[in-house]
Design a protein around this ligand. Structure first.
Ligand code: NDP
Length: 328
């Protein structure tokens, strides 16, 4: 079986030279462990941070060891009473075709209503991130105008729809292509959207403000542009700053941060893993919206372990609409 290791720490955009695929012998599961054949691997922007050798909210990936990440798969062999062969599970031993891991590190999934991959996206970490950002961090209220950047991505495509469910009167999105902009408006119910390549964010957002809540996936010029159009007492959920993840030197902050004062804004960062307590509410609400057909999601698939690095790089060129995944 094969697994991908990080062989060198990237500076800038990671390339094939930073990864090595190893062929390894499949181990037998020890007592308490299971052998899982992975079927879908998650590809997430946060993984870039773990490739640097710096302390963050998750420790850096080790060099010359299998990379980690969300994955779903099927139990093939079990040495645990908790899981049986045939069970579909979610776990963190991604970037590899098979995983041997303690059964307690795998969560059995109900795949009767949704495909297993949904637990990597709409019913998984990205969905919870969108939900937490809007309900616990920026606290969307009835009648709010909400702006979402990275709006056609895994988190963003759900954030716009969830904002609406929470009572937002107007939802605006930005994304990186005309096709994505059309998807937001035509299918996801965004009131307006723009392609950030068409002109400065500050200029394109102007006709749609003032903004009560900004869900920031991008940072950089998006954050600066949004600050110009925030309403007094507006709230910003700082979720991600993907525009800066591959920067080779520290990036200057927004030039208009002083607007935090004049507009009396709240800018609050968050990390989803601190918000496990919100998960039951999220599953209840998202489950109901999904069942009612009121929460739409899309997945973009790359095929095979050999495309994992391309899929990961694709996050930074916008190759995905909705959740980026690799099918094995
Ligand atoms: P996405 O599915 O949104 O994929 C990344 C998207 O970012 C791409 O599709 C691309 O779309 C866009 N993008 C890439 N480079 C740029 C750029 N320079 N400027 C603007 N947009 C860019 O990923 P996720 O939904 O998984 O994550 C979205 C954000 O949320 C990330 O910043 C991530 O780190 C963060 N996050 C934070 C969490 C937390 O706990 N705080 C948890 C999970 C995610 P386009 O074509 O539109 O450019």
């Amino acid at each position: 079986t094969r697994q991908i290791h990080l062989s060198a720490r990237p500076s800038g955009l990671p390339g094939p030279e930073h990864f090595v695929t190893h062929e390894v012998e499949l181990a037998d599961p020890a007592p308490g462990e299971v052998l899982v054949r992975n079927t879908v691997l998650s590809v997430d922007p946060y993984m870039r941070g773990r490739m640097n050798d710096v302390k963050s909210y998750v420790p850096p990936f080790e060099l010359n060891a299998p990379l980690e990440g969300g994955a779903v798969g099927v139990v093939e062999r079990s040495a645990s009473d908790d899981l049986q062969p045939g069970d579909t599970v979610l776990h963190m031993a991604g970037w590899r075709e098979h995983a041997v891991l303690p059964a307690k590190h795998a969560r059995k999934l109900d795949v009767s209503q949704v495909p297993a991959s949904a637990y990597l996206g709409v019913l998984g970490m990205p969905g919870l991130t969108a939900y937490v950002g809007l309900t616990r961090i920026a606290e969307v209220h009835e009648g709010d105008t909400v702006f979402v950047s990275g709006a056609a991505g895994a988190v963003g495509s759900l954030a716009g729809q969830i904002a609406r469910k929470l009572g937002a009167a107007k939802v605006i999105g930005s994304a990186g292509s005309p096709q994505k902009v059309a998807w937001l408006v035509d299918e996801l119910g965004y009131d307006a959207a723009f392609d950030y390549h068409d002109g400065p964010v500050a200029k394109q957002l102007a006709p749609h403000g003032p903004v009560d809540v900004y869900f920031d996936n991008v940072g950089g010029d998006h954050l600066e542009g949004a600050l110009f159009h925030m309403a007094d007492f507006g709230r910003i959920a700082a979720c991600g700053a993907i525009a800066d993840y591959n920067a080779e030197a520290p990036v200057p902050g927004p030039r208009n941060l002083m607007m935090l004062i004049s507009k009396k804004l709240t800018l609050r960062g968050f990390v989803v893993s601190d918000h496990g307590k919100a998960a039951p509410d999220f599953y209840r609400d998202a489950g109901a919206w999904l069942a009612a057909g009121e929460l739409k999601f899309r997945e973009t698939y790359f095929e095979g372990l050999d495309q994992m690095v391309d899929a990961f790089r694709g996050l930074y060129s916008g190759a995905n609409t909705g959740k980026m995944l690799v099918r094995l």
